[in-house]
Design a protein around this ligand. Structure first.
Ligand SMILES: [Zn+2]
Ligand SMILES: [Zn+2]
Length: 100
């Protein structure tokens, strides 16, 4: 992940810490757009995501996915609102890492 993006994410995030080893959080998917969680934002219920497609990257501030698993006390989804593919409580994430 480019250092400039790491620095920007650190400035925008609430913790000041960003893991540079970003992993795609989507379940196994066909498209080439990958989404990795970078850090929580000060805004409640929102987080900063890295979207990458090959070597093209973008920082996105996205609201959390509000959909929870079935039943009382259902598991929350760890993705963002309107994400493609399945909710995280439906499928384990794929293991695609951003390699720069
Ligand atoms: Zn992916
Ligand atoms: Zn979801």
């Amino acid at each position: 992940m480019p250092l400039s993006l790491v620095l920007e994410a650190q400035q925008r995030g609430s913790t000041g810490y960003v893991d540079r080893a970003v992993r795609c959080r989507l379940s196994d998917h066909g498209g080439d757009d990958h989404y990795g969680l970078l850090t929580e934002l000060d805004t409640y219920g929102a987080a900063l995501w890295l979207r990458w497609h090959g070597t093209e990257t973008a920082l996105l501030a996205l609201p959390d996915c509000p959909v929870t698993g079935p039943g009382p006390g259902g598991e929350g989804c760890c993705l963002f609102a309107d994400h493609p593919e399945a909710h995280t409580w439906q499928h384990a994430p794929e293991v695609t890492s951003y390699a720069s």
